[in-house]
Write a protein that binds this ligand. Structure first.
Ligand SMILES: *[C@@H]1O[C@H](CO)[C@@H](O)[C@H](O)[C@H]1NC(C)=O
Ligand SMILES: *[C@@H]1O[C@H](CO)[C@@H](O)[C@H](O)[C@H]1NC(C)=O
Length: 641
């Protein structure tokens, strides 16, 4: 090939140029491709439990064409976005309550993935304001069909609200609804898994062994959707579970100074090991997170085997949180699932060597909500804040500062809250509203039409230990059709949301791969204003005695049956003949043989002629029938009036 003819050389050059161009075009095309990534984060919790967070992201590039063909992106979601002009949507199904005191309240996990029990749905639309309510109604129906849940109950105007700034800043295009009593089970998980390209057949989702994940203390399944003209549609599907690792494995080293934390691995938590990734996923990774407090205690550089614990497998990378505030920070051990397969499955686990007590960083205040008062007429809702003294750790010990807290609460119309009755107590002393409340926005409830919404910005002094807010309410009456099937259980008031706008729980980890950013770490890095949800409240309301109509119906039916039965009997009977037969038979053989003969259906001999008191008997019988009829009709009339 030393001296190729110039023509051939030119041809070769042309070919190579063409090849280059096509490769470049392909690369460009790839940028426009739909993508899917799967990730799992595991974290030991201080109360001997373990947190598992599954994160799946699918994205589709923007497309003008309505009938686009989708490869990995779920078509149902693309159609949903297109039909309802959704710019953002978040739907969560949760069972159990996030334990803010033990599992932390100041990290990306608790701010983004700790959700109120039941179903919570909010959506922001890219539509004129007057079309939003109608679209929301249609959206709830569609989602209800898509996820096999009673989301359609959010359709009624009594069930959703339009918060302006208390929940999330918006221009009136956001709607929020919650169903605290919705039960969550596998029938909600199956449609959620159907949106994944590999379902639960391969990759990280194959760890979702139902008996294990539904055994947990907390279970929250979430779908977050963002759409825009510039980047297309992104859906983040997450499942956050808190599990109890199986009883103690391994020997106890220090029986005298406390118990070791339970050692666990994926096999213990999910009863499965990970044998490879989902083929279509762009990246598939498992992270094990070690909290800052443990890193503090281990003292040494984060290594996967140290004097406190040892990991079951050597990680592919170790990521240390980038944190300018203090030197110690949490670390992530990263595993790339594509390096593992059926013959060499991945089983990430942790074995503790020393007994260890640590704590997660709490939110600035623990927020709790409870009911006061008794009886079926009125009561009060109280919201209490207990300081965790976080500001001292973060900003030093200055006490003449204040901390902002935003309260957002939706109350159904039948709990008629009197917003003027707001009372505030700080460390037990009553305070003027103007001293504490910076901004307040109330949408009063309207009977059978609108729920009440409260958005309130509080400024709480740093030196405060505890604060309590109370609001009085009257209990309303519902129409009999409006009661749920089990009315005596009581009525749920959805969780209130408390936001601390000055505290941001974002965490950033160094980027090693500049081409590919992990979606999980990206959500950690995004703006994460610290949030806590309070408990759901159960309000007993006056309920009618639902068994009464039932009693009346059964009673009336019995009387009517008696009446018609005897009437028919009287009409069908041939009185004279029967009398004759009876008399004759009685004379001849006695009554019992006659009855037996009648039952057998034998014909009885005609009786001899003779005068008898038949006419007297028949009038008596008629009188009886008329009496029963009168009783029945009058009873029926009385019971209906
Ligand atoms: C909602 O659905 C109804 C019935 O399917 C339809 O007539 C209506 O146009 C829809 N409204 C919106 C805003 O999509
Ligand atoms: C992350 O949090 C810090 C304070 O903790 C804040 O200054 C910064 O703006 C936050 N970053 C983002 C992207 O919100």
């Amino acid at each position: 090939m030393a001296a190729a003819p110039p023509a051939l050389r030119r041809l070769l050059l042309l070919f190579s140029l063409l090849l280059l161009a096509s490769v470049a075009a392909a690369a460009e095309g790839e940028e426009e491709e739909e993508e899917f990534t799967e990730e799992l984060l595991l974290r030991p919790l201080p109360d001997r439990k373990a947190l598992a967070h599954f994160h799946f992201r699918s994205s589709a590039p923007p497309s003008a064409a309505a009938g686009r063909h989708h490869h990995v992106f779920p078509k149902a979601i693309a159609q949903l976005v297109q039909q309802f002009h959704i710019s953002e949507l978040e739907l969560s199904f949760t069972q159990g309550r996030w334990n803010y005191e033990q599992w932390g309240g100041y990290d990306p996990m608790s701010t983004n993935y700790a959700k109120p029990p039941g179903v919570e749905l909010w959506a922001a639309f890219d539509l004129p304001l007057d079309e939003i309510d109608a679209t929301w109604k249609n959206l709830t129906h569609t989602l209800s069909g898509l996820f096999c849940a009673s989301i359609n109950f959010l359709e009624s105007s009594t069930a959703f609200s339009a918060p302006r700034w208390g929940f999330k800043l918006n221009e009136g295009n956001l709607r929020y609804g919650a169903l605290p009593r919705e039960a969550v089970c596998t029938e909600n998980l199956t449609p959620w898994l159907k949106l994944l390209p590999c379902r639960d057949k391969a990759g990280i989702a194959s760890l979702l062994y139902r008996p294990s994940i539904y055994k947990g203390y907390y279970h929250s399944q979430k779908l977050k959707l963002t759409s825009s003209q510039s980047f297309g549609i992104i859906i983040d599907q997450t499942l956050t579970v808190v599990l109890q690792p199986d009883a103690f494995r391994g020997q106890q080293l220090h029986s005298t100074d406390g118990q070791l934390q339970p050692s666990w691995s994926m096999k213990d938590l999910f009863n499965r090991k990970l044998s490879g990734k989902c083929r279509v996923s762009k990246s598939s990774r498992v992270f094990l997170e070690i909290e800052k407090d443990i890193v503090d205690k281990s003292g040494t550089e984060a290594s996967w085997t140290n004097e406190l614990f040892v990991l079951s497998t050597a990680p592919d990378r170790v990521l240390k949180e980038l944190n300018n505030m203090d030197a110690q920070s949490s670390s992530l051990y990263e595993y790339d699932v594509s390096n593992y397969n059926n013959d060499k499955p991945l089983d990430v686990g942790i074995t503790w060597k020393l007994p260890l007590i640590w704590s997660c960083t709490p939110a600035p205040y623990h927020a709790n909500r409870f009911l006061m008062g008794s009886g079926n007429e009125r009561g009060s809702i109280a919201l209490s804040f207990r300081s965790t003294n976080l500001h001292k750790q973060l900003f030093g010990s200055s006490n003449d500062c204040s901390i902002k807290a935003v309260v957002f609460q939706v109350v159904p119309w039948y709990v008629k809250v009197y917003y003027h009755s707001l009372q505030i107590f700080i460390d037990g002393n009553s305070k003027a509203i103007s001293e504490v409340v910076d901004k307040i926005h109330v949408t009063p409830s309207e009977d059978k039409h609108l729920p009440g919404t409260l958005e309130m910005l509080l400024r709480l002094p740093c030196s405060m230990e505890s604060a309590t807010l109370s609001l009085d309410f009257d209990k309303g009456f519902l129409h009999i059709d409006e009661y749920p099937p089990d009315a005596n259980q009581g009525f749920d008031i959805p969780s209130a949301l408390v936001t601390f706008p000055e505290f941001n729980s974002n965490r950033s980890y160094p980027e090693t791969d500049t081409l590919f950013v992990s979606p999980l770490l990206q959500t950690f890095k995004e703006n994460g204003v610290v949030k806590s949800y309070t408990e759901v409240l159960l309000v007993p309301l006056t309920t009618p005695d639902f068994s009464m109509p039932y009693n009346v119906i059964t009673f009336t039916c019995t009387v009517l049956a008696l009446y018609f039965g005897s009437l028919l009997n009287a009409l069908r009977r041939r009185i004279g003949e029967e009398e004759r037969e009876l008399k004759k038979a009685a004379v001849k053989r006695g009554l019992i043989p006659l009855l037996i003969a009648k039952l057998r259906g034998k014909k009885v001999d005609p009786p001899p002629q003779g005068s008898s008191p038949t006419s007297l008997l028949s009038t008596k019988l008629l009188l009886k029938v008329v009496f029963v009829a009168v009783v029945a009709v009058s009873f029926h009339y009385l019971s209906n009036s």
